[in-house]
Design a protein around this ligand. Structure first.
Ligand SMILES: O=C(CO)[C@H](O)[C@H](O)COP(=O)(O)O
Length: 151
């Protein structure tokens, strides 16, 4: 699978680790940065382009990373068509795909270690959307809202 990934400085090490794990597992990784550690960088600069790339590439999924993952999730969700969840466990990541058809997962490196982060990412990538009518209906309502209110 093609996987888009982005981080700010706070999760730079986790991003490097996940890129290595993803490539080792056979995924095609598109790294939207940060390209190097810079304590003054700003997560919207990498997370928004990452989310745009996921929306433009519907067969792909995305990962945004930061200290908490909160701002990164918020930034990604500014992009129309992006459904980013903040995942702090394998189960939450699975539910985000299964019930919400999330296309981006956000992780907080100050709260999630490298190995746990990789487990969460694997769960997110492996879990399909259920397609059950009630879940599809709810996701469609969010898309309808976006179509009506977000140019
Ligand atoms: O998690 C984040 C946003 O939600 C950022 O990574 C975090 O705010 C960066 O903090 P600092 O500039 O103090 O290193």
């Amino acid at each position: 699978m093609r996987v888009h990934i982005a981080t700010d400085h706070a999760a730079f090490e986790l991003k490097e680790y996940l890129v290595e794990q993803l490539r080792g597992a056979g995924h095609e990784v598109v790294d939207h940065g940060a390209a190097a550690y810079d304590a003054e960088d700003d997560y919207p600069d990498t997370c928004i382009p990452c989310a745009e790339a996921v929306v433009a590439d519907p067969e792909s999924l995305g990962i945004v990373l930061g200290g908490s993952g909160n701002g990164e999730q918020l930034a990604a969700n500014r992009v129309k068509g992006c459904r980013a969840i903040l995942a702090y466990s394998v189960e939450i990541a699975r539910l985000g795909r299964e019930h919400n058809n999330a296309n981006v997962v956000s992780l907080g490196a100050r709260f999630t270690g490298n190995e746990e982060g990789w487990e969460i990412v694997q769960a997110f990538l492996e879990q399909p959307f259920t397609q059950e009518e009630r879940h599809a209906r709810r996701v469609a309502k969010m898309s309808s809202y976006e179509d009506a209110h977000r140019g």
